[in-house]
Write a protein that binds this ligand. Sequence first.
Ligand code: DGJ
Length: 712
Amino acid sequence: MPVITHAPDTGIWLLSTPRTSYALRIDVTGAPCHIAWGPRLTLEEAAELAVPPQPEASSFEGRPPVGEELPVDGGARFGPPSLQVRFPDGTRAFEWQPVGHEVEEAAPGVSELALRFRDRVHPLEVTLRYRVHDDSDVIERRTVLRNAGDRHLTVLRADSAAWSLPPLPDYRLSHVTGQWSAESRLHRDRLPHGETVLTSRRGITSHHANPWVMLDAGDATETHGRVWSAALAWSGSWRITTQRTPDGRAGVTGGAGHDGTSVPLAPGEEFTTPVFAGLYSDDGFGAASRTWHEYALAHVLPHPREIAPVLYNSWEATGFDVDEPGQTALAVRAAALGVELYVVDDGWFGARRDDRAGLGDWTPAADRFPSGLRPLSDEVHRLGMRFGLWVEPEMVNPDSDLYREHPDWVLHVPGRARTELRNQLVLNFARQDVADWAYGWLTRLVADNGVDFLKWDMNRAFSEAGWPGREDGADRLWTDYVHNLYGVIDRLRADHPRLRIESCSGGGGRVDLGILSRTDQAWTSDNTDAADRVSIQHGYGQLYPARTMAAWVTDVPNQLTHRQVPLRFRFHVAMAGVLGIGGDLTRWSEEELATGAELVAEYKRVRHLVQHGALHRLRGPEEEGPAVVEYAAQDGSEALVLAWQLVHRHGGPRGPVRLGGLTPGAHYRDTRTGTVHHAAVLAGYGLTLDLPSGDWASAAVHLVRVPARDDA
Ligand code: DGJ
């Protein structure tokens, strides 16, 4: 069945996904207007919802601020414009003039609708693009602008899309906020009337907010209720504005750039916004998250079907004190634990002994690696592991040869102080020469040292974001920077198809669907305390799949929180994502090493479920009792349940948890105890978790469907 259909008589376009519909049409003024987004409809049914615009109630009203596909600046519109362009005559009003449309098969199973417009007065072309995959409810939207004239334009705002919700009795907004080492705190609050702005002004996605929202009527739960959600695929500054209007509507507009940034558009130039994807789910927040996860695995990640290896990372063990003998000793122990990828973190290059010097000088430190990195890389490979390296290509310490040679490669404004954060400055990746330099040393580093994995870090926000020597530089650098960052990663990946990359920005400062389309996983947070991680991971997993969520087991007391948490609990928390080890293995006791090896082996037996299964959040960290998640195989053949009891309260709730994703009527064997359960009991009444009493009790229960003939 075609997924994009059109009724020429009503002018309605209908986008159909497996479980949802999205309908729009161009109204009598030429403006693209929203009709419906929700459960499946036919074109005929959608026509019933295409209510003609009501006459304005008074001279104080204009077009409703929610209900257009991309509200512009112009006419009687008083909401936040999703599109605002300054024309050569200084005006900003845009009037939609439809000039055509196309539907095409962009790739097998992917259909795209392009609605083409231009301004009635100025030669600006605007195309709204909608992409639908035949196996996902996610709709991808973006906007393309083209300056078809011979004079310069300035794009003051170009959102990727505006999403409109139906009228509901109430609205609730779910989103995450945070800070360094405290990312992804989930908030679920009543949507305020007026405009609510979520944004990053830092040049990166940021720890402080993440570019996605979920909206519901205030009645959705993990398993029930209607949820509308949108997520932006962009790794620089961004802005998402939700609106709740006096007439009881709600909508979301979002795109790249924060308030006050603009994009110059030269004659003939085209600007394509990032994707702002959206999905509707009938079955609560759990189903919305699973749909995002499946979409990311099927259509975003570069190697979606791969199983991520168990990694070791040296950062918490050695800090900057990195040398060949020390790393070799750790690598030997890591290999014995079952680690598959050994990553040398910060401190291997130049004069990098602390965070004050050396950043930018990407040659191995001669005193620490006298023969370069190759001997260590060879040893790691000989031990049967892959070899990974930390890099921070976008940064420079003023105390470095690179800065001494190229002081104006950094973002700066002449005559103003250069703010150093973590003693470093941001290299202007928007400059092609800087991007080419980074690509050059990175591709050589990877080729010369047998590097299989890069941890690509970025440890500060932009400040004094100027680009001297380029008149429009301070405007265009916000987007050109991100495009060049993407370009360097894309070129590297093309040169080294086996290279895998982890996105890191002081932990989770650059996690979004844009960076995840060209990296393989993300470093979730510098906070490795297992107790804090439970809620950080809970927030992360609302949008992003566990396949991308790197999680390490580190030493106690935790470096950041000083908390003591048992090793098994730390493992059970880290096993909810891509397991890594970050402790100083040279100090682990024989018993700890044996427990670690046992738990790494256990993770390897279940990681296909964690990384590729369907996540069911059975009890959240904010609820009383142990937090519980389940990862069910897509075909219902297995499930893994992880439970974490942080603080034990005597008499607190410890009731059974009802599992999802099981095959009705089947039986499941607990691989540890051998107990066989009925799916009907597990799904309808629940699994009783036998957690010992006391703080830090945890469990990993692996259930495997019993083959039908053994079903007794
Ligand atoms: C910040 C990262 O998040 C850490 O894991 C570590 O790589 C440090 N940077 C190194 O400087």
